[in-house]
Design a protein around this ligand. Structure first.
Ligand code: SIN
Length: 311
């Protein structure tokens, strides 16, 4: 009998698949799917201290193996989210990870205080890595990461994930800074900063020049970051996100060291994909005689699948 259930960050996840922040919005359009079959978790679209209208169009453009987005953290702002959206999110039968971002540590602190105490919040995810807003993402540097996480973590007892950027040569010092500052776990990774040029005008396709690349194209990059972080921090909960579009990608992410697996762009391609991934994982494990999902997590660090299952 296969069990996909796992306990992390003070919560029991029915399975390891989590909808990543962004493509699923606040999850409410998918409410019937959440009620149809259990899903590990839902990460809501990032909210900010005040409402944001987002970047000028185009906001989503095609790229080989994925898509480039320049959404710009569109959201109604924390107050409207807590009053008008979170009560409905709270009714979804899943673990709710509430994503938030702030320009300064003082605002991160205030947001963590309010969101962490709001009914419906199970876990907080501090987005330190959006490439589509003004300024450098905090997660490009260990120092700014630590400042933001320290402020947020001090304001709440709710477990806090730090969502980091793949756009750093070495994820370990940034992850270490987040963990030392009070993060309970890591979400790895956000989109990869990237560019497209419109060849008929000779200009960048996106108004803000840069966008965030997601989709299958970034799977190997996300795997590398998850693998490095798992090696450096064996006991830390990791949500592996980036380019998981099928069972193979999910298995690689888990074997690299992700406890939970985020599905982002895949939900836009096929809203039922997270549910199909859970079923496929269960079938795959049953066919191979693996009972414990946990035996798969990080097995690439322990001599591979079969050695790992015996230990
Ligand atoms: C966006 O809203 O621009 C995407 C979110 C992110 O990259 O964090």
């Amino acid at each position: 009998m296969v069990t996909l259930e796992l306990k992390r960050l003070g919560q029991t996840f029915a399975n390891p698949v989590v909808l990543a922040s962004g493509p699923a919005g606040f999850g409410l359009e998918l409410a019937s799917l959440f009620r149809w079959r259990p899903m590990g978790g839902l990460t809501t679209k990032t909210v900010t201290p005040t409402p944001r209208e987002g970047n000028p169009p185009p906001r989503l453009v095609d790229a080989p193996g994925g898509a480039l987005n320049s959404i710009g953290l569109v959201n109604p702002g924390m107050e409207a989210f807590v009053a008008g959206v979170l009560p409905s999110v709270a009714e979804l039968p899943t673990v709710r990870l509430i994503s938030f971002a702030a320009p300064h540590p003082e605002q991160a602190e205030a947001m963590a205080d309010t969101l962490g105490a709001a009914p419906g919040t199970d876990i907080l995810e501090l987005n330190l890595s959006c490439p589509n807003v003004e300024g450098r993402p905090p997660a490009w540097e260990a120092g700014t990461t630590a400042d933001m996480v320290r402020a947020a973590a001090a304001a709440t007892k709710t477990p806090l994930l730090a969502k980091l950027s793949p756009d750093v040569p070495d994820i370990v010092p940034v992850a270490a800074a987040a963990l030392e500052a009070g993060a309970a776990g890591l979400t790895l990774v956000n989109t990869v900063r990237a560019l497209r040029i419109q060849w008929d005008t000779g200009l960048p396709t996106l108004v803000r020049t840069w966008g965030g690349l997601s989709g299958a194209a970034i799977l190997p990059i996300a795997l590398a970051k998850v693998f490095q972080a798992r090696q450096a921090f064996p006991g830390v909960p990791i949500v592996g996100t980036g380019g998981v579009m099928d069972l193979g990608g999910l298995l690689e992410m888990v074997m690299a060291g992700a406890d939970l697996v985020g599905v982002g762009l895949g939900v836009m391609v096929d809203p039922v994909l997270p549910w199909r991934l859970v079923e496929s994982l269960e079938t795959w494990m049953t066919q191979r005689g693996f009972e414990r999902y946990e035996a798969l997590v990080g097995c690439a660090h322990r001599g591979g699948l079969h050695v790992s299952e015996q230990t």
